[in-house]
Design a binder for this molecule. Structure first.
Ligand SMILES: C=C(O[C@@H]1C=C(C(=O)O)C=C[C@H]1O)C(=O)O
Length: 423
């Protein structure tokens, strides 16, 4: 099968894709089907999509990266011939994708795998994509992934002390007025003694964080608790998180902490900014919306978050990717007001976020799909695959304490850190 890497500006419909989805028996754990290379994943509570191979792809960057990818996707869908015997979200033509936090970073795009296997509500399917008639492959578990060995972690260019100074600087800027909240991130670098087999941390993440969406596209992987936007048959859903507390391991104590989180004015204020930014971005696209008045507490193994599920009924023909673009960056990963916050991030964070905190997920031919925010994530950085950068950030508001924010960022590094460490 040929693997064209399409430039978004390339001739429309250069590759007519033949797409066929058939129902199959339950194939077992989806991640166990993945080959080592060119593998893509989107897993939630064991269900979701995995894919491999590259039938078509587009790579883009810059402020128009979402538009470029959307135009490319429209052309691909227009010129594809789809036979879909299952017809549920995730069947038929599907692309996985990842978009950088800022237009200045390289690495945004979509990829249509040659094979996608999915499961949802007890139904399983396989989709094959190619330029000719392809038979569905026989599915079986591949060889078990190689566990990472010899892993050492070190600080990125900004160590903990400097990072706390940066946070203190941001608190000062907030006190100066004009800015309410800014999200600042830090990184950790993992060095391995052999190239990472990403299926190993993916399997760990999906097992340990079933409540999150475990993803992998092009060396960017993680397990995000935050759904930027899902569009499914006209219904929009967004899970907004902001306001965090670390878990202690003592369940009774954690319940007391959860109750204090739900009453903490600092966290409620931070949360309110994030919910408002999502509701305002979605409002123009919706005929009706439901924005709950108070958040619930989402319990994860490492942290607890204040969470709000915003829902709406779509009024226009925006695709899930267009909705992701209008939501990005939400106050959960940028700040409030967005423009000032993003400018401050550029000025003081001293980090190329790459795909961290950008949208990651999948889109179907109808424009439905799911895009999470690329949090609790890491990027395989070099060709050899032995260097991995982990990212985590925190919302900084007027009364943020730098040492607490550092501890919060460290807690958010735990999922990927553990997934790369021996059990
Ligand atoms: C920025 C991150 O998380 C975001 C920030 C949060 C906060 O500051 O309380 C909570 C959840 C996410 O919206 C991250 O995980 O890196």
């Amino acid at each position: 099968m040929n693997n064209p890497v399409l430039d978004p500006a390339s001739a429309p419909g250069a590759v007519p894709l033949l797409v066929r989805t058939v129902e199959i028996d339950d194939p077992g754990p989806l991640l166990s089907l993945l080959p080592r290379d060119e593998a893509y994943a989107w897993i939630h509570h064991g269900d979701g999509l995995v894919g491999w191979g590259r039938a078509a792809s587009c790579e883009t960057s810059g402020v128009r990266r979402f538009d470029d990818a959307s135009s490319w996707w429209r052309e691909i869908t227009r010129h594809s011939v789809v036979r879909d015997e299952v017809d549920v979200p995730g069947t038929g033509l599907v692309a996985f994708g990842t978009f950088t936090f800022s237009g200045g970073s390289a690495g945004s795009g979509l990829v249509v795998p040659e094979v996608v296997v999915g499961r949802r509500d007890g139904r399983s399917w396989v989709t094959v994509v190619g330029s000719g008639i392809s038979m569905p492959p026989l599915l079986s578990a591949t060889e078990p992934p190689l566990e990472p060995t010899g892993v050492t972690f070190s600080d990125g260019p900004v160590g903990p002390t400097t990072w706390q100074e940066i946070v203190a600087d941001a608190v000062g800027r907030i006190a100066d007025g004009g800015l309410d909240k800014v999200v600042l991130a830090r990184t950790l670098v993992a060095e391995l003694d052999a190239p990472l087999d990403v299926r190993a941390p993916l399997t760990r993440l999906a097992d340990d964080y079933p409540e999150c969406w475990t993803f992998h596209v092009d060396g960017f992987f993680g397990s995000t608790p935050e759904m930027l936007v899902r569009l499914e048959r006209g219904l929009i859903t967004s899970r907004v998180l902001a306001g965090t507390i670390r878990r202690t391991g003592d369940d009774t104590h954690d319940l007391t902490l959860a109750a204090s989180l739900a009453r903490s004015s600092k966290d409620l204020e931070e949360h309110e900014y994030a919910v408002r930014s999502v509701a305002e971005a979605l409002a123009p696209h919706c005929t009706s919306m439901n924005v709950p008045e108070s958040p619930f507490v989402l319990h994860l193994p490492n942290v607890m978050h204040l969470a709000t599920d915003v829902t709406g009924v779509i009024r226009d023909d925006a695709s899930v990717l267009a909705l992701a673009e209008s939501l990005h960056p939400s106050a959960a990963v940028g700040g409030t007001p967005t423009k000032l916050a993003v400018e401050l991030i550029d000025e003081i964070e001293r980090l190329d976020r790459g795909r961290y905190a950008g949208p990651v997920g999948w889109i179907g031919a109808s424009g439905d799909g799911e895009w999470g925010i690329g949090l609790r994530s890491a990027q395989v950085e070099d060709e050899s695959g032995t260097r991995v950068r982990l990212f985590a950030g925190c919302g900084i508001v007027a009364d943020s304490v730098p040492a607490d924010e550092l501890a919060e960022a460290d807690a958010k590094l735990i999922p990927v850190r553990d997934a790369l460490s021996p059990r």
